[in-house]
Design a protein. Structure first.
Length: 189
């Protein structure tokens, strides 16, 4: 199990290094690195993608859908990779923008906002009936799970916070529903 995690981490990190270098979204937010700045960067990156993708209007064009989902995937890879490399060191301090301390509950809220943005980005893609789009969405869901696991590793207290656990389950359920509705409409002929 440990070797599988190392292999997965290496694979995710290798692909994210190449993708992050070409992406505007990185793990540094205003020159800072760590759990909170990474989540802030992820939220802002996803909100920017959503606003560029016509807000809340569905994206039905396959090319536009692939661009949106691929960019969303870049963000989720960056966040999952970053969270997987963080430990209980300086990067795990709960310090927000401007140096203000936040509580673990507020971190849970930031993580919920990040997941909500992922789901919103995924929900914009409609009726493309394309397996590749569905595959990328499944990768995003995997990255969200990896991020959640890393947060629980860094902050073991989060496993006792019903709001953080319930929120993660809720958004993972929504992701599964979106992926299922997209892939369920594909004819297997």
């Amino acid at each position: 199990m440990f070797l599988a995690r190392i292999a997965l981490t290496t694979l995710v990190m290798w692909s994210s290094i190449s993708m992050t270098s070409a992406s505007d979204v990185g793990l540094n937010y205003m020159g800072e690195s760590g759990v909170v700045p990474a989540l802030n960067a992820g939220i802002l990156g996803l909100e920017d993608l959503i606003s560029k993708a016509r807000g809340s209007n569905p994206v039905m064009n396959l090319h536009e859908a692939m661009l949106l989902i691929s960019s969303c995937n870049d963000v989720s890879i960056s966040i999952a990779t970053g969270m997987n490399t963080f430990d209980m060191g300086p990067e795990a301090q709960l310090i927000d923008i401007g140096g203000s301390n936040i509580s673990l509950e507020e971190l849970g809220e930031k993580y919920a906002a990040y997941q909500k943005s992922l789901v919103h980005c995924m929900s914009l893609v409609k009726d493309t009936q394309n397996v590749k789009v569905g595959d990328v969405m499944q990768e995003i869901a995997l990255h969200a799970t990896t991020t959640h696991d890393a947060l629980q590793r860094i902050y073991p207290q989060m496993t006792n916070m019903p709001t953080a656990v319930d929120t993660a389950k809720y958004y993972q359920g929504l992701m599964s529903t979106i992926i299922g509705s997209l892939l369920g409409s594909i004819d297997s002929d």
